[in-house]
Design a protein around this ligand. Structure first.
Ligand code: PDD
Length: 287
């Protein structure tokens, strides 16, 4: 059976799924998205992702295309039709289709909704996590509203490509003061010399990662200490461990920054344990 996508009220074969050329997401990046990890066919961290979706849409004055309950049913139906148990669900909501004009269409139009489901090879992901990955650094050059999960991702695209070109998996943006903000599609963490977890506070211009928040709960429940303080790439190299979090990466150990080893250059016990604990939590709370 082939892949199925959801496009504006219809389930259609993935290969035939299209949006209008004047969709404002396509022409103006005027839209937002969410990504859920799927465990056993269920959506991980549902509350966090729905809440952020509603917030992102609210900040852009785009209506929720349907109620949260209805959207949950549609997302789950998309998963069922694709017969994916381990994977990712992508939801995109744009302002809709209207003749090109920078200002909002007046009267407003119906938001456009796209959902796709993709499979993840968990064995392959676990093998990658066991080895750890490299990151590269790149100057922060994004707009001032990175808290909104918009589809306007060109700086993230270029940063990720910079990483890919040298065999790294993620790029960390570094601000004018020399501190890491976050990754191109993940949040950044270190385990400092005192064994304390460090990640940037969300009052900075970063995405409020849902995985980040869930992991903070896991960390506190397990009696570990967290310090939401920024760190530099040099701090990361001097740290015991580093890792990234996101719906795609889950908790993924980082063993090098710009080709130099983090700590002893091997995956450390804290990141490996947090990955296990996070996945347990995500499976338990999935719907
Ligand atoms: N990215 N920071 C950025 C810039 C991101 O794009 C993401 C997620 C995160 C982590 O957020 P969360 O834990 O809620 O997934 C942080 C998704 C997975 C993506 O773009 O595919």
């Amino acid at each position: 059976m082939g892949r199925i996508a959801y496009v504006n009220g219809r389930f259609v074969p993935h290969a035939a799924a299209t949006v209008h050329i004047e969709d404002r997401g396509y022409q103006l990046a005027d839209g937002v998205y969410e990504v859920w990890a799927l465990f056993g066919g269920k959506l991980a961290d549902p509350e966090g992702h729905f809440a952020r979706l509603e917030r992102s849409l609210g900040e852009l004055s785009i209506d929720m295309p349907m109620s949260r309950a209805a959207l949950t049913l549609v997302l789950k139906e998309a998963v069922r039709r694709n017969r994916v148990t381990e994977g990712l669900v992508y939801l995109q909501v744009t302002r809709g289709v209207a003749p090109r004009d920078h200002a909002f269409p007046n009267p407003s139009v119906r938001p456009a909704v796209v959902i796709t489901v993709s499979r993840v090879d968990r064995a392959q992901s676990e093998a990658r996590a066991a080895k750890g990955v490299g990151v590269v650094t790149t100057p922060e050059n994004r707009w001032g509203r990175c808290d909104i999960k918009t589809v306007g991702l060109l700086p993230n695209v270029l940063a990720k490509q910079k990483a890919r070109a040298v065999g790294a998996v993620e790029a960390w943006f570094v601000d004018d003061l020399g501190f890491v903000t976050e990754g191109a599609s993940s949040n950044a963490w270190i385990v400092d010399g005192d064994g304390r977890l460090r990640t940037r506070a969300t009052n900075a211009n970063i995405l409020r990662g849902v995985t980040r928040y869930s992991l903070l709960d896991v960390i506190r429940e397990n009696g570990l200490e967290v310090d939401e303080r920024p760190f530099t790439p040099a701090d990361a190299l001097a740290a015991k461990e580093a890792f990234i979090t996101g719906a795609g990466s889950l908790v993924l150990p980082v063993v090098s920054v710009d080709g130099k080893p983090v700590g002893d250059g091997k995956v450390g016990p804290v990141a490996a344990r947090l990955r296990r604990l996070y996945i347990e939590q995500a499976k338990a709370s999935a719907i």
